[in-house]
Design a protein around this ligand. Structure first.
Ligand SMILES: N[C@@H](CCC(=O)N[C@@H](CS)C(=O)NCC(=O)O)C(=O)O
Length: 341
């Protein structure tokens, strides 16, 4: 009798834990998302251009568009997304526990995040680097001038780690003043509690516009790190990683092949073999990973190709694309999709 109870208890515990374990390991995310009818995307809500929510609760930005692109690829609807705002420090726990299906929150691909936190990074969507802002009147002009400086920085970021590395590398003293969110960090800098503010360079110009007197601040020319940003999923679900990966490549390849949100309807009758495979007219590529063959058409109709996503969200921030790492490889940049074949 006792043994029967034990067996029953173990069986019910396993039955209860199995779905959680499979989510924890990332298995079956596609089925979970399809069953739920919406994607849950971990995002930023405080960084204009990348991930931002307005007073009406509308989310916008480059990373937000990649959430919409995945929803369009998987569910055929770019609006079938719940955006889950996450702090920098909380984002990886939210991913590993299955609270979110994908993280799209200006997140840098690093060895430890990939290997130790057991995540997988989709291709880089934005190549960033870490920079500094100081008062225009300050005598800080180069990195070594930061010796003795107090620097405002966000907790749980590569920014915080790179700052410590910089001090070690240059053998100088830097006093970090660490904040849990960028609003309090920026206010502290504005109030003069720090000599410098450091973050991803893509953010610095936007942060400057929010200060009481933007013209009183200058951005140093030096960048101290590589910050390849892109969407992130859990280890252990190759199909889901493939879907997020090729959704990014769909936007990049489309730009290279000249397919846009405006002409995708016409391009379906293109005679180019690769355009035909990209748009699912030939090759049944969608069904190979559990999606409709028009998955990339749905992405392009919703968000447009990479160039359109960039122009809509990042060009207004005065982040020029030409001559940057974020240009297509055909234009001297690093954006390069493997072939659709
Ligand atoms: N790319 C870096 C930094 C990411 C990051 O958190 N950046 C700031 C940009 S200002 C941010 O997201 N701030 C918004 C907030 O946490 O309130 C990383 O992955 O650790």
């Amino acid at each position: 009798m006792r043994n029967t109870f034990k067996v029953l208890a173990v069986v019910s515990l396993v039955a209860f834990l199995m779905p959680l374990m499979s989510i924890g390991q990332g298995g079956g995310t596609l089925d979970v998302v399809k069953g739920r009818g919406k994607l849950i995307c971990g995002v930023n809500n405080a960084v204009p251009g990348f991930g931002f929510v307005d007073q009406q609760g509308n989310f916008s930005g480059f990373d937000i568009d990649y959430c919409r692109a995945v929803a369009a690829a998987v569910l055929g609807d770019p609006n079938a997304v719940e955006f889950r705002p996450l702090s920098a420090a909380a984002r990886f726990t939210a991913l590993s526990t299955g609270e979110i299906d994908v993280l799209s929150r200006n997140t840098t691909w690093t060895f430890l995040r990939d290997v130790d936190l057991k995540t997988n990074f989709a291709p880089t969507t934005f190549y960033d680097g870490q920079g500094f802002m100081v008062r225009a009147s300050s005598s800080i002009n180069t990195l070594t001038d930061l010796n003795g400086a107090t620097v405002c920085v966000l907790q749980g970021t590569t920014t915080e780690q790179n700052l410590a590395d910089l001090a070690r590398r240059l053998n100088i003293t830097i006093n970090p003043l660490v904040f849990p969110d960028s609003t309090t960090r920026d206010q502290a800098y504005d109030q003069g509690r720090c000599d410098a503010l450091t973050t991803d360079a893509s953010q610095l110009a936007a942060v400057r516009t929010t200060l009481s007197n933007p013209a009183d601040h200058k951005i140093l020319a030096d960048l101290i790190s590589k910050e390849p940003l892109g969407p992130v999923v859990r280890h252990g679900d190759d199909q889901w990683l493939d879907i997020v990966t090729w959704t990014v490549f769909c936007t990049i390849a489309a730009e290279e092949l000249g397919v846009t949100s405006g002409n995708v309807g016409d391009q379906i009758s293109s005679s180019s073999p690769e355009v035909r495979r990209l748009l699912g007219v030939e090759g049944d590529f969608g069904t190979k990973f559990g999606l409709a063959n028009a998955w990339c058409v749905n992405v392009l109709k919703s968000t447009g190709n990479y160039g359109e996503i960039y122009a809509r969200n990042l060009t207004p921030l005065q982040l020029p694309r030409d001559g940057s790492l974020n240009a297509l490889y055909t234009n001297g940049g690093l954006l390069y999709s493997p072939p659709f074949r």
